[in-house]
Design a protein around this ligand. Sequence first.
Ligand code: DGL
Length: 265
Amino acid sequence: MADPSSPILIFDSGVGGLTVYDALRELLPDAPVIYAADLAGLPYGSKSEAEIAARVAGLLGRMGERFAPRLACIACNTASTIALGMVRDVLEIPIVGTVPAIKPAAAQTRTGVIGLIGTEATIRQRYVDDLEARFAQGKSLLRVAAPDLVACAEAKLRGGRVDTVAIDRAASDLRAKTKGGSIDTLVLACTHFPLLADELSAAFGEGVALVDGAQGIARRIADLVEGQPMARPQANRFVITGPLDAAAGLKQALERRGFGQTESF
Ligand code: DGL
């Protein structure tokens, strides 16, 4: 039986995984959560596979020892598509990954043309090729890297202005690939991107449905911890790698989500 205070650990390079955290809190408002942002390693998308795998497996191994979580969620598509297997090898708890929501997108598209935006590293992964082959056969899946949107989402959560030029560029890069077809479904294959849902909807137009995995991941976590005792903490914990001032500006967004003071890892 899990210790009631043992947390669910949610891990991302930055604030993107808060989209998964938000969905999880809807389902499990009493669950103790530690959210860990590897701000010292952000962004992952421009790093090599070897760098990401070593960093994520190393950090999660140490976090597993320090926090004794009941379950860990890698709330990052880049880290999950590269390092999920390695992390499962180093931690003996259930690990939930976040992979591009190609399956639900393929089930709902009517035009058969699906756009996918993610980091440079995510869109080139075999893992994504495999999801496409399994779930999007007969459809057209168009992938575009939109790394600037990670910084846009980080800035937005700190109360900053969103650079719509980067968002418009992602939309026009994708449209340029459609060759006459019309995208009606857009996979947000980076956990940062749902934070920009309004801006993305404005750039892509109302006819394009945005699909991400946050709700599905939250349901999966809730299933795995079902029946376990949960001691609701005073506040959830938000930990970051690197200097604490990297979290400056996040105070409001974190307080609203029930986190205490930012801690360093
Ligand atoms: N949030 C991460 C993802 O889902 C990526 C951000 C980064 O480049 O670090 O892919």
